[in-house]
Ligand binder design. Structure first.
Ligand code: 0X9
Ligand code: ZN
Length: 425
């Protein structure tokens, strides 16, 4: 039956995203800028404010270069500006479109082979709905060891779920290790890593049981569900939430600037809805931030290790982000980071830098890690920036997943073991 319906169906199968105005990144370019010192750093900061469409990857304090993605209509002006400041640059990628398309095709092809609801974390990147289906399947498979709880909804009403994993001995109120993922939508290795941790604790119990003897694990693989879904359906490089702002041209808030501890400093966040680090109108005005806050507070009195999974950069970032002053327990937290860094370098030769966010990376204000320490009193609070992969850094190919998550697990496992050793139940 050669009907229009069939034609539509074929179109849907071949180009599923055209119908939803898929951002194809045609002729978008990726540049690398040389950064010589504070002068360039300040220029980049100024340009991020004035030109939100120049998508700078945030420069870390000591970086000697940084990447920036530029839309085709801005390319001439961008180059002119660089030249006028005598900044050195090189073009890394002339046209992002074929690469974005190839990654998308690779992932969709891999997913055809999956036997639902069993998912192979190493075989593909999954959508929020697919991850939720997988989480939903766990209590039946591990009735004594898994508890699944929905803590709320995203702005677009996606259910936000949290899984608690125990060894099933029935002992209540053990100290907790809380791991979250996907606060930033485009950092796709983050949900994969959260899922890998779940699979290690459940399917590889024999090797990991000592990690659950006196501690429970609480894992929220996707915080920014709307943003994450949007990276699968419309725009692969979306970072923020999806709630509209006071500016009709700019959508979304950086959930990692929206938390209510030392919120609102201009050093480390922005009041401009068009910027990547927009903090929102008020602390916790994003439903996703409220949900993660509630999860933290729920486990408050026994939160011994809070770990937020991001990418990229190979960092263990400790509080504070908002100030150059160190927290009282800084050295204790450093010992935990040190255990993670050592374990990784011994196993794969991967090198992590660690220290306070303010010094190691850049100032941040209103982020989850500062809140976990400042308000929830987590014993150890940390952001882990997983390694760069792919062409931008947060866009690994499916074939990279295994290397990234197995290496990262070595670090997470070692840090959990160190927390358990230092703070026995
Ligand atoms: O800037 C951020 O939100 C994080 N980096 S990312 O490239 N994933 O966007 C770092 C936040 C670190 N903050 C603290 N550890 N306090
Ligand atoms: Zn991030």
């Amino acid at each position: 039956m050669a009907s229009p319906l069939l034609g539509l169906l074929t179109l849907l199968l071949l180009q599923p995203m055209e119908l939803f105005a898929w951002q194809d990144y045609k002729d978008y370019k990726l540049y690398e800028l040389k950064l010589e010192g504070a002068v360039e750093q300040n220029l980049v900061r100024k340009w991020s404010q004035e030109k939100p469409s120049w998508d700078f990857h945030e420069p870390s304090r000591n970086a000697s270069s940084l990447k920036v993605m530029i839309p085709p209509e801005e390319a001439d002006g961008f180059i002119e500006t660089l030249r006028s400041y005598h900044l050195e640059y090189k073009v890394l990628i002339e046209d992002l479109a074929p690469l974005v398309r190839a990654q998308r095709a690779e992932n969709l092809k891999k997913k055809l082979l999956i036997q639902w609801p069993h998912i192979d974390v190493l075989a593909a990147f999954y959508t929020h709905a697919e991850i939720n289906d997988y989480l939903d399947s766990l209590p039946a498979r591990f009735p004594k060891r898994v508890q699944l709880k929905q803590f709320g909804w995203s702005y677009e009403r996606r259910p936000l779920k949290v899984v608690t994993i125990t060894n099933g001995d029935g002992r209540r109120n053990k100290p907790v290790i809380l791991i979250d993922g996907t606060v930033h939508a485009r950092e796709w290795i983050s949900p994969s890593m959260a899922l890998y941790v779940i699979q290690q604790l459940l399917d590889n119990y024999v090797d990991n049981q000592e990690l659950m003897l006196d501690y429970d694990w609480v894992i929220m693989p996707v915080v920014n569900a709307d943003g994450y879904e949007y990276t699968h359906t419309v725009d692969r490089y979306w970072r923020k939430s999806r709630r509209p702002t006071s500016n009709p041209d700019c959508i979304g808030t950086d959930i990692n600037r929206n938390f209510g501890y030392e919120w609102g400093h201009d050093e480390g966040s922005s009041s401009d809805p068009c910027e990547a680090i927009y903090r929102g109108e008020r602390p916790f005005d994003q439903p996703e931030s409220q949900v993660l806050r509630d999860v933290m507070l729920h486990y408050g009195g026994r939160l011994n290790f809070y770990l937020s999974l991001h990418s990229y950069g190979n960092y263990f970032l400790l509080p504070w982000g908002y100030t150059s002053v160190f927290p009282d327990t800084y050295q204790d937290m450093m010992s935990v980071a040190d255990a993670g860094a050592k374990a990784i370098i011994y196993s794969t030769n991967g090198i992590y830098s660690y220290g306070s966010t303010y010094y190691v990376l850049y100032p941040t204000s209103g982020d989850t890690t500062d809140f976990a320490l400042g308000v929830v009193n987590a014993t150890v609070s940390m952001t882990m920036e997983l390694p760069a992969a792919g062409f931008q850094g947060f866009d690994p190919w499916v074939s990279h997943i295994e290397r990234l998550v197995t290496e990262s697990w070595v670090g997470v496992r070692a840090m959990a073991a160190e927390v358990i050793r230092r703070y026995p139940a």
